[in-house]
Design a protein around this ligand. Structure first.
Ligand SMILES: [Zn+2]
Length: 554
């Protein structure tokens, strides 16, 4: 028996089979029924949401001689030929591989001929945004005055990349990501058809992982079957999907809850040593946070999913807003690491920010991270004070918990962590020279855990002065100074500085003895006190944007 992939075998054949796209299906069916049809249709949405399947079903509905109530019969020769992609009147073009003007010219030249056996000549162009500009221009000519027997069905994952001259001539349909419960139901149906037994938690994990794309969910299901055979368990799925072991995530999440920076970085090291890659870890943590967030938003007592235990621990420790903030920080890190690489550093920075999120970030930063900007003119501090209250008091620093251990029960407030101490001073609005000097050794040791090269150049450095938003740092050697004044190094340092001290300062360096440094300080140019302006003037690069200057008070 030849094996047919599930995604093909269970490809929807009629509108009624489409999962999660009821609005689109209804609108298209009505269009077929009424006969009021646009010349071109544009299907937009992320991968696996059913755009191409819908285009074929729509094509069938238009061509099938037995269409009823806008539904194709899915049985006749025409329907079958369209389903397999070789109908003579329905021409499918993959925009990604046929990007050029020649293919489109061919369309233009052939469009004039009448269809061979059905009502319309239909052109389905997948990934239409990939066409070249010349191809779009050629296409436009046909789109402007199409013969009445020609219709275009375009599909794209990037609607914004399709020229407006094209989109404005199309009836547009947006395909939503398919909601997880709909995907779970579909997976359950397919498992029943295929005589597979599946734990509900396992299917939930698959649905969570595929991010609203049914096709991905089906290939993940197949992967799980290949891995674990015909009974699909949550554990098997976790392994098949390469979700990290419970211990690995626990070693990160537990110190995160406990507010233990040392334990957190140690746990991260262990995870990376065991061969987890930083991007995978980011994905796992996002998954756990998401489970906690969903449970929190729906006021559930327990989280569900691959790492339900850890997600539930987070749920009990943090209010929804803090979970959302943490999620935003991790998603930012994921985006940054995809754009700029350095996944490990992005992950470390994000986790440290999450750890100190309530202490480090200004209210404005929290607001903007949560996408919750106050109306203009609203007074600072408009976020209700209870927003960042914990449900339970923060735990003191705990030694890294052994693997598989339960999350330690939260204990009453104890002394803040050393890093939190300078942060707390910053939050109070007074980043003084003294505070910086007191926090500097801790900053350096924290830096040394993450960025050894940078920390090496800063070894033995001292904070000399803080004036007009410029921090003067004395270094031990000209070599170190030369290195730190390179743009790349300075940016990394600037970002680390912001992460620990929570504010933006221009950084200047000097070498030599203390007396000289004082002179240098006095010679520091008297510039506009705005920290951002200083930063720009200093190196022409904005490292980090903050609405609060160093002296800003909350
Ligand atoms: Zn038919």
């Amino acid at each position: 028996m030849s094996y047919e992939p599930l995604a093909l075998k269970y490809r929807p054949r009629r509108f009624a089979d489409l999962v999660g796209q009821e609005t689109v299906a209804t609108t298209l069916r009505n269009a077929v029924k009424s006969g009021r049809l646009a010349n071109a249709f544009l299907f937009c949405g992320s991968r696996g949401t059913g755009k191409t399947s819908t285009a074929r079903i729509f094509a069938k509905a238009l061509q099938c001689p037995n269409s009823s109530e806008g539904e194709p019969c899915a049985e006749c020769d025409i329907c079958k030929a369209i389903a397999s992609g070789d109908d003579i009147d329905v021409i499918e073009i993959d925009g990604a591989s046929n990007r050029g003007i020649d293919e489109i010219r061919q369309i233009r030249d052939n469009a004039g001929y009448a269809p061979a056996r059905a009502r319309f000549k239909l052109y389905i162009i997948d990934e239409v945004h990939m066409l070249t500009i010349q191809a779009f221009n050629a296409l436009l000519k046909t789109l402007e005055e199409p013969p009445s027997h020609v219709k275009f069905l375009f599909a794209t994952t990037e609607a914004s990349a399709v020229p407006e001259t094209i989109t404005s001539r199309c009836q547009r349909f947006d395909f939503m990501r398919i909601p997880a419960p709909a995907i779970v139901a579909r997976l359950q149906y397919i498992c029943t058809q295929e005589n597979l037994s599946a734990e509900p938690a396992a299917l939930q994990m698959l649905a969570a992982k595929c991010e609203g794309g049914l096709r991905d969910a089906l290939s993940l299901l197949e992967q799980s079957v290949a891995y674990g055979g015909e009974s699909i368990t949550a554990d098997g799925v976790a392994r098949a999907l390469g979700l990290s072991g419970r211990e690995i995530c626990a070693a990160i999440v537990q110190p995160l809850i406990a507010g233990d920076a040392g334990g957190l970085l140690h746990g991260l090291d262990r995870a990376l040593e065991r061969g987890r890659d930083a991007e995978e870890l980011l994905d796992d943590l996002v998954e756990i946070l998401r489970a906690a967030m969903v449970a929190s938003a729906t006021e559930a007592d327990q989280a569900v999913g691959a790492q339900a235990e850890l997600a539930t621990a987070l749920l009990q420790a943090w209010p929804l807003q803090r979970l959302m903030l943490a999620m935003r920080l991790l998603l930012n890190a994921r985006r940054e690491s995809r754009l700029a690489g350095m996944a490990r550093i992005q992950l470390e920075l994000a986790l440290l920010k999450v750890l100190h999120s309530s202490a480090l970030l200004s209210l404005d930063e929290m607001r903007s991270l949560l996408g919750n900007a106050p109306p203009s003119g609203a007074p600072a501090g408009a976020v209700p004070a209870r927003t960042f209250e914990r449900r339970v008091p923060p735990a003191p620093i705990a030694p890294p918990a052994p693997p598989r251990a339960q999350i330690p029960a939260p204990a009453p407030v104890a002394a803040p962590t050393p890093v939190a101490a300078p942060a707390a001073m910053v939050q109070a609005g007074a980043l003084t020279l003294e505070a910086l000097q007191a926090g500097w050794p801790k900053f350096l040791s924290l830096l040394g855990d993450q960025k050894k090269r940078l920390a090496g150049h800063l070894e033995g450095s001292e904070v000399v002065s803080l004036q007009q938003g410029t921090l003067l740092i004395r270094l031990r050697s000209d070599f170190a100074r030369k290195n730190l004044e390179e743009k790349a190094q300075r940016e990394v340092l600037g970002e680390s500085f912001v992460n620990v001290f929570g504010t933006v300062l221009a950084l200047r360096f000097e070498t030599g003895a203390a007396q000289q440094s004082n002179n240098a300080t006095q010679q520091a140019p008297d510039r506009d006190p705005g920290a951002m302006k200083l930063i720009s003037a200093f190196d022409g690069t904005v490292v980090h944007k903050s609405e609060n200057g160093p002296q800003a008070k909350e």
